[in-house]
Design a protein around this ligand. Structure first.
Ligand code: NAI
Length: 487
């Protein structure tokens, strides 16, 4: 079995070398050929805008598995985050992280006897992470947030399948559907639809802000939480804080063809090259990889040795009992390697198992798949939202727009600013910026389709900068658009 290996930047090579040495000591590397691929900072520096070489891409696609260290993301301008790019281009749609109290890792919860043990499944490729951003006017920028039904279905199904495999009896869906009724609303609706296929698993939903408070107050009430991308990103780091920080949070990015296993933390430039980084996150991610491919025996041996070591006070400088010596990265894994075959005494050991490689290198798909959840329904155009860059006030804007659309099949229904209705009714307390949404509805009885809306745009564009527009459509009679705040 070949696994593509990208050591990463900063502390990446240090923790990767340590992890590979431990894997070798556990006997796990006999079944695996690691193939080093070029990814990360040095690729960006050479002008590879994707942060990796074509050869690296081909190798990861041939292997179907990538074990990666943390990689530096160029700030503001320049290349996009390679960590996000690899998840997106290879459709690693679900991010799985396990958060649990580890022996020897002191936290306020472990000190008070609260045992934390839950999984977060985060949607990994949609949401604001599409990075679809535009400057719309002098003062306004936007980020488009896309949530799809097939994308939501895939991550929910993965969560329920994982819950079934691990023996989890209750799955929560975190969301903000009370505010984002269409996007988070769809994510939640698909959670409920997919849950119906897993009747033995109890479900509940929780608004993400309440979820954060609950996690801090009583984390032991959760076993698995599935979340949209951005919320999942934030809640995952909060969860890492509950169990001792990012140094202990493993992560798997699972796709149908290619899966990526990585440490959750970054490149830690402040300690890079000092040989003191904590390798636990990458070791735990490697254990997830071993389970993913069926090497359950090696995974159990490694995990039990790590748990036994932590329990006995083996530590790097960033955690543990300060009375015990802080080890460097390599000495830490040597201590763990010495305990291979041991089991933890204070917490439950992971059951012994046998290695049975089930993973098969993926067959390259002929073309990208088109995925659907809903079949084609009946849609009808009922209006258009036209987005304008304009410096004047709402009453003047309304007067001009009404003049411009006179004689068309549309009438101006409302104007909103930053989502709040300001015309025909509004509040003088609503500050307005230089970017407006004008909503046009078809005149009663008028037959309209997309060409009429384009005609409408052309009339408006004669006077204003039209930044973009959205068709207002009904889908099987139901409006496919939200109301303005205050409408
Ligand atoms: P960071 O996670 O690298 O560091 C935050 C703090 O945690 C630092 O004090 C660091 O020393 C400490 N830390 C992190 N990992 C540690 C470990 N294994 N052992 C001991 N201490 C550790 O986050 P930061 O500083 O925000 O980001 C640095 C760089 O890493 C950036 O370029 C960022 O884009 C990148 N990054 C990459 C990720 C990835 O490849 N998956 C994830 C997060 C950040």
């Amino acid at each position: 079995m070949r696994i593509a290996l990208a050591p990463g930047d900063g502390i990446g090579p240090e923790i990767m070398n340590a992890t590979l040495e431990l894997l070798k000591a556990a006997g796990g590397s006999q079944a695996i050929e690691f193939v080093v691929v070029e990814m990360g900072k040095h690729c960006f520096d050479r002008g590879e805008t994707r942060g990796m070489t074509n050869a690296a891409i081909e190798m990861v696609e041939a292997c179907g598995l990538l074990l990666k260290g943390p990689m530096e993301t160029p700030k503001s301008g320049g290349g996009k985050s390679i960590n996000v790019t690899v998840r997106k281009i290879w459709n690693a749609f679900a991010n799985l992280r396990h958060f649990r109290t580890l022996p020897g890792v002191m936290t306020p919860y472990s000190r008070s006897g609260v045992s934390v043990d839950f999984f977060i499944v985060r949607e990994n490729i949609e949401d604001t992470y599409g990075g679809i951003e535009h400057r719309l006017s002098n003062d306004v920028v936007q980020c488009k947030r896309l949530i799809s039904a097939p994308g939501s279905d895939a991550v929910h199904r993965f969560a329920f399948e994982t819950a079934r495999r691990v023996g989890i009896k209750k799955v929560h869906c975190g969301h903000k559907a009370n505010i984002m009724k269409m996007t988070d609303g769809l994510f939640l609706e698909r959670f409920k639809a997919v849950a119906a296929e897993y009747p033995e698993i109890e479900t509940a939903d929780v608004i993400v802000d309440a979820l954060c408070m609950n996690l801090v107050m009583k984390p032991q009430q959760y076993r698995m939480i599935v979340l949209p991308n951005l919320q999942g990103d934030i809640v995952s780091d909060l969860a890492a804080g509950l169990v001792g920080g990012l140094g202990f949070a493993p992560s798997a990015n699972i796709g149908n063809h290619i899966s990526i296993f990585e440490a959750v933390h970054g490149t830690a430039p402040d300690i890079a090259g000092k040989g003191i980084a904590n390798p636990c996150s990458l070791i735990l991610s490697t254990i997830m990889l071993l389970r993913h491919v069926g090497m359950l025996g090696t995974a159990s041996r490694l995990e039990n040795a790590l748990l036994a070591s932590l329990e006995q006070g083996v530590r790097t400088g960033d955690f543990g009992d300060a009375a015990k010596p802080a080890l460097g990265t390599m000495d830490f894994v040597h201590e763990v390697a010495k305990r291979l075959g041991q089991k933890p005494g204070l917490i439950a050991a992971v059951p012994d198992a046998e290695d049975r490689v089930t993973f098969k290198a993926p067959v390259k798909p002929f073309r990208a798949a088109a995925v659907h959840t809903f079949g084609p329904g009946k849609t009808e155009v009922v209006g258009a939202d036209v987005y304008l860059d304009a410096a004047e006030g709402c009453h003047e804007l309304a007067k001009r727009l009404q003049e411009l659309v006179q004689g068309t099949s549309f009438r101006l229904k409302l104007i909103s600013n930053r989502g709040t209705q300001v015309w025909p009714t509004g509040s003088v307390y609503t500050d307005c910026v230089d970017y407006w949404r004008a909503r046009f509805e078809r005149v009663e009885g008028a037959a309209v389709a997309q060409p009429q809306t384009i005609d409408l745009l052309q009339r408006i564009a004669a006077k204003y900068v039209v930044c973009s527009y959205e068709l207002l459509r009904t889908f099987d009679g139901k409006p496919g658009f939200s109301m303005a705040q205050g409408q």
